[in-house]
Write a protein that binds this ligand. Structure first.
Ligand code: 1HN
Length: 360
């Protein structure tokens, strides 16, 4: 066979394979299995001051009377517009529940968390499986997969919280289920049930423990104190003083699909850069600083939300006050599936900090 004959026959074979719905691995192997993790979307940041006026406008237009079950607005990555998601696995949103409003019960296969961004406390709560979880500012509440949840604001003040859902992952796996609630969806539980029963002590054989997610409310005052107790520790070279919200039933991550964390960056703290196969969405609780992501500097201030895509170099630099960041990462998924990888950044000159090429 001459080279010309070979080329002609190969081309004909490829055409017939395509017609038979077959693909030659020898031609496409690098598309099936890339040498490095591939990221299909860019880092992005949403400024609190740009987004909140829009949420307030929705507060007037979108009302429960007009049939809006939830008044939330997704943080949509410009590269993930068809999916309405923030990273490829996590979707965050801001939700506004006005004074006196409520949102009816429903449940879904997607798991969710709420982080109370702006709350004046009082009788404002999400009811999860019959238990009222009150929302003081910066509290974390969990809505594990397939748990009934409804929202009530019986105070005279609006509340805004950050939602994070794993629905991008659920949709990728084509496993979405949604059920609206009717009447009483779960037997009522006493206020504080999960926090009383599932802290350091547990019912010895007389109550249904362990449930898979016994603890579903994590007060900020406790997280803040836990971080303060670490003053003087060095912490992580990549994240400073960072703590994970633990599931006490198994000492595992917050939820099987999402690990929630809070971190304290001390004045002028600058962390080393690294990257991992996980993606992370950050919400700025307090303070201002910047995060360099793949050479672009993202300046953040309270209320801002930003996403670090999978396999993107990133490092944090704090300003000259204390900063607190809340974050949600899909790291548990990657670990569970044996796909978690991490790499420290080393520049040509041996430094562990990126050169800033652009500013967001
Ligand atoms: C949802 O159920 C809530 O329960 C908020 O508050 C945002 C975004 C997509 C799908 C379901 C909620 C949501 C959501």
């Amino acid at each position: 066979m001459t080279p010309v004959e070979f080329e002609a026959q190969l081309e004909a074979l490829h055409a017939e394979l395509a017609a038979a719905n077959m693909a030659p691995t020898w031609k496409y192997v690098s598309e099936f299995v890339s040498r490095q993790p591939r990221t299909s979307y860019r880092p992005w940041l949403w400024k609190w001051h740009d987004v909140i006026p829009l949420l307030m406008r929705a507060g007037d237009l979108i009302t429960p009377e007009r049939g809006a079950e939830r008044r939330s607005m997704e943080h949509v990555n410009p590269d993930l517009k068809p999916f309405y998601t923030t990273s490829h696995t996590i979707a965050t949103a801001f939700q506004l529940v006005r004074a006196g409003e409520s949102a009816p019960a429903h449940r879904h296969a997607a798991a969710a968390i709420r982080f109370a961004a702006k709350s004046r406390g009082g009788t404002v709560y999400t009811k999860v499986q019959g238990e009222r979880l009150y929302m003081e500012e910066n509290d974390l509440l969990l809505t594990p997969a397939w748990t009934w949840h409804e929202h009530h604001n019986e105070t005279a003040h609006d509340i805004v919280w950050l939602d994070a859902l794993d629905f991008p992952l659920v949709n990728l796996l084509q496993a979405s289920v949604f059920e609206p609630g009717e009447g009483e969806v779960a037997p009522p539980k006493a206020d504080g049930h999960s926090n009383r029963a599932f802290g350091l002590f547990r019912p010895a054989g007389w109550a249904p423990y362990p449930e898979s997610h016994p603890l579903i409310r994590y007060p900020w005052v406790e997280m803040r104190q836990a971080l303060a107790n670490l003053a003087g520790e060095r912490g992580s070279r990549y994240d400073g003083l960072i703590l994970e919200y633990v599931n006490p039933a198994n000492s595992g991550p917050t939820l099987p699909t999402m690990s929630c964390r809070a971190q304290w960056l001390r004045p002028n703290e600058a962390t080393d850069a690294h990257r991992a196969t996980s993606s992370t969405v950050y919400y700025v609780i307090a303070g201002s600083g910047s995060t360099v992501i793949d050479g672009t500097r993202f300046d953040w201030a309270p209320g801002d939300v930003f996403v670090v895509p999978n396999w993107s170099w990133h490092e944090h630099r704090n300003g000259d006050g204390d900063a607190y960041l809340f974050s949600i990462t899909d790291e548990p998924v990657m670990k569970l599936l044996g796909m978690y990888r991490e790499q420290p950044y080393v520049a040509d000159d041996g430094s562990h900090r990126q050169a800033v090429r652009a500013q967001f």
